[in-house]
Write a protein that binds this ligand. Structure first.
Ligand SMILES: C[S@@+](CC[C@H](N)C(=O)[O-])C[C@H]1O[C@@H](n2cnc3c(N)ncnc32)[C@H](O)[C@@H]1O
Length: 338
């Protein structure tokens, strides 16, 4: 902004953090009513937006000003509002880079987020059972918004993982806690020689099979139901993926999951861990740092790459390799030597 020195600019960044709740709600509202989907079809005047979405004239300018000032819509010379290129790419349903589902996921976390101060003070998850409680207790409706959020993450995470790890070297992927298949679909889609099994709780099966069928991958991507705390993992895979799994859990639960992965994986096979990871001095990056707060609330933790490597070695893996520190998910991989 014109004439603003660095300290003043910092004051407005602080304001934006303080306003975070209302910003998140306004964006989620625009997504939920389908405003961006509609503007993608045709730019609309303010009055037409009000009429189309039943919004009161007194408050409509506030919503539009917020969206415009954040670069999510733009006002054209004729007065109509249109999507910006970023909105067309990331906030219009059906875009291959749709990221809107993340916002809906955080809507689902709202009741929990109110308990962050307690979790920060006690070091304990919001509910006594943390993630155990959450995943086991999901209703079908919650399962759907969670999957939508995870899928939105995976569209981007899958692409960046494929840039870091060459999956064409593998034949059989086990995607542990693979949810509705965002990663399995991205990786099998990009590697015609790769077959995949998504392993997740029974409640996820239908959503996963829907997505796999929509991607035309039913022949190569299967679903196996089970719990990585109670059941052995399916065998016969030469690569196991843990994407955003370890950060859901405390160290003890992580070691249980890693022991099961070690037993399941073929000797000579590879384990790939991809999730938001912190810099060794825990000063960022932004996305892993912020998502670490959600993990703390739910009983998990965003760790450093070195810490993940130590856990893999404690579980019996060797030959640990780490990606550079990446803004969304970093990657640590290792092999089961024998
Ligand atoms: C944070 S999500 C990650 C989803 C996916 N890997 C991704 O990166 O998009 C965690 C996943 O673990 C699954 N999960 C939770 N508890 C589980 C359990 N006990 N056994 C198997 N899967 C579980 C959840 O259903 C969910 O799909």
């Amino acid at each position: 902004m014109n004439g603003m020195d660095e300290l003043e600019a910092a004051r407005f960044r602080i304001y934006a953090l303080q306003d975070g709740a209302v910003r998140a709600q306004a964006l989620a509202f625009a997504l939920t009513v389908g405003l961006f989907d509609r503007l993608e079809r045709e730019p609309l005047t303010r009055d037409a937006i009000g009429a189309a979405f039943g919004l009161a004239p007194r408050v409509l300018p506030a919503l539009l000003a917020f969206l415009a000032s954040n670069g999510l819509i733009e006002r054209r010379e004729d007065g109509a509002f249109a999507n910006t290129p970023a909105t067309s790419a990331f906030l219009v349903r059906g875009s291959p880079r749709y990221a809107g589902g993340r916002g809906l996921l955080f809507q689902g976390f709202y009741p929990a987020i109110a308990h962050l101060p307690e979790s920060l003070a006690s070091g304990q998850p919001w509910t006594p059972e943390g993630q155990h409680d959450m995943f086991a207790g999901f209703t079908a409706e919650q399962q759907r918004w969670f999957a939508e959020g995870m899928y939105a993450n995976a569209v981007h995470g899958g692409r960046s993982l494929a840039e870091v790890v060459d999956f064409s070297d593998f034949q059989r992927l086990l995607d542990v806690g693979g949810n509705s298949g965002g990663y399995a679909i991205a990786l099998a889609g990009a590697n015609p020689g790769l077959r995949a099994t998504i392993f997740d709780l029974e409640g996820v099966r239908e959503l996963a099979l829907e997505r796999v069928a929509a991607a035309g991958l039913t022949e190569r991507v299967a679903f196996a139901a089970g719990s990585f705390f109670e059941d052995e993992l399916p065998r016969g895979h030469d690569v196991v993926l843990l994407s955003s799994i370890l950060h859901d859990w405390d160290d003890g639960d992580c070691m249980t999951i890693l022991a099961r992965c070690f037993r399941a994986i073929e000797p000579g096979g590879t384990i790939v861990v991809a999730e938001p990871m912190l810099a060794e001095d825990a000063t960022g990056p932004d996305h892993p740092a912020a998502s670490g707060l959600t993990m703390a609330l739910l009983g998990g933790e965003n760790r450093t790459r070195r810490r993940i490597g130590e856990m893999l070695e404690a579980a019996g893996f060797s030959g640990t390799w780490m990606s550079e520190l990446l803004p969304q998910n970093s990657v640590v991989k290792a092999v089961r030597a024998e």
